[in-house]
Write a protein that binds this ligand. Structure first.
Ligand code: NAD
Ligand code: WQD
Length: 339
């Protein structure tokens, strides 16, 4: 597709900001919309330092239909890349309505606005969580989704995927690429941009980062009695820059093939929590204090992608290693890289 104008919702967030960089560098004109709930306006300075381009920014909440419409009124977008959403699994269990309202309600607002202003293309940030428990099997796109999901966050992703499919049935011009991310980690190679949540962290890497900077004394490893090589859970970690490049590949193919296309973005390789600790220690040249505690409720032993479809159809695959993700994370933290 021609290099058009892209609206990035959630574009000051962790993944959206990295996608903005790759899209700008690939020649797209990018505008960013975010309510800054979980990100900082200074991210725009970093995007500008890296790309030489400062994307226009709208501080708007996707739930605010009136303000959202003003953004569409002023622009003529070809595609929306929709990252905006709440993502804390545990919090979603405690505040389900807030998650449904923000993620599902916000997406409905966005889709209505797109319809009103004739914007037909969307790339959506979905998650491996929609697969539920597939046991030891690698998750592939044709597997059943939505069954046995353990939390409202995951259900919002599943519901939005279904809403996109229904929208495509009703509007033959509508095209969607659903990207199911596995576990994004790492930072931009420049060290200028990385994961910096406003809220307290939930995921493994932000905890490792807090241990490395001394903000918390040690990492708690949730369980070493799983049926895996070293007893700790295995996940498919993917460098955020690889993930961002997957979005460029997706938008370039949005006009081809089926109206709604679904792709896993993962490496196809599982890494255990203890292997992650080791990889970080090797990159920093220092031991990372950690202790084993009990299992975390809802964790599955192994979650891993079959990334074959993205490689076949998008020509995309992971290029960066976990070691590189750890080194880039250290650079982002302003710490020395050893390994
Ligand atoms: P993030 O929190 O860093 O970014 C999300 C951004 O959306 C934030 O800047 C936040 O302020 C903004 N936002 C939230 N609600 C909004 C609203 N109502 N209106 C406008 N802006 C709003 O998270 P991320 O890690 O960059 O994730 C981006 C997307 O990818 C999310 O949809 C998330 O569910 C999905 N995802 C993330 C992961 C992961 O592990 N990080 C994995 C799979 C899927
Ligand atoms: C990874 C591994 C933990 C923290 C979640 C969502 C998923 C997707 C990605 C959005 C697990 C272990 C963690 C800690 C630990 N997000 N861990 N100590 O649970 O695979 O996936 O984020 O869509 O939907 O569920 O990621 O980073 O929380 O955990 O031992 O302090 O690290 O048990 O094995 P998870 P995570």
């Amino acid at each position: 597709m021609a290099k058009g104008q892209i609206l990035i919702t959630g574009g000051t967030g962790y993944i959206g900001s990295h996608a903005a960089i790759e899209l700008i560098q690939a020649g797209y004109k990018v505008k960013i919309l975010d309510n800054l709930y979980n990100s900082k306006i200074t991210v725009l300075d970093q995007i500008e330092k890296i790309t030489g381009v400062r994307p226009e920014f709208y501080e708007v909440d996707i739930r605010d239909a009136v303000e959202l419409a003003k953004v569409f009124e002023k622009n003529s977008f070809d595609t929306v890349m929709h990252f905006a959403g709440l993502k804390a699994v545990g919090e979603s269990v405690k505040q389900p309505l807030r998650y449904y309202e923000n993620n599902v309600g916000g997406t409905i607002n966005l889709l209505e606005c797109m319809e009103e202003y004739g914007v037909d293309n969307i790339v959506f940030s979905s998650s491996a969580t929609v697969y539920g428990d597939q046991g030891e099997k690698k998750c592939s796109e044709e597997m059943e989704t939505g069954r046995g999901l353990t939390n409202p966050y995951g259900r919002t992703k599943y519901m939005i995927e279904e809403i996109l499919k229904d929208t495509a049935v009703a509007n033959p011009k509508f095209r969607a690429v659903i990207l199911r991310y596995f576990n994004p980690i790492g930072a931009h190679q420049s060290g200028l941009l990385g994961e910096n949540p406003n809220d307290k962290p939930n995921n493994l890497m932000p905890f490792i980062m807090k241990v490395a900077t001394g903000e918390i004394p040690e990492l708690t490893v949730f369980g070493n009695d799983y049926d895996t090589k070293d007893g700790t859970c295995r996940r498919d970690y993917i460098h955020v820059v690889d993930l961002a490049k997957g979005h460029v590949a997706a938008v370039e193919k949005i006009d081809e093939g089926e109206q709604v296309k679904v792709y896993n973005l993962g490496s196809g390789e599982g890494t255990s929590v203890l292997e992650m600790v080791k990889a970080f220690s090797e990159a920093s040249g220092k031991a990372l204090p950690h202790k084993i505690v009990g299992r975390r409720a809802g964790d599955l032993a192994v979650i891993c992608a079959d990334p074959g479809k993205a490689e076949r159809e998008l020509g995309w695959k992971v290029e960066l290693s976990i070691a590189e993700a750890m080194q880039d994370t250290l650079r982002y933290l302003g710490m020395e890289v050893e390994g």
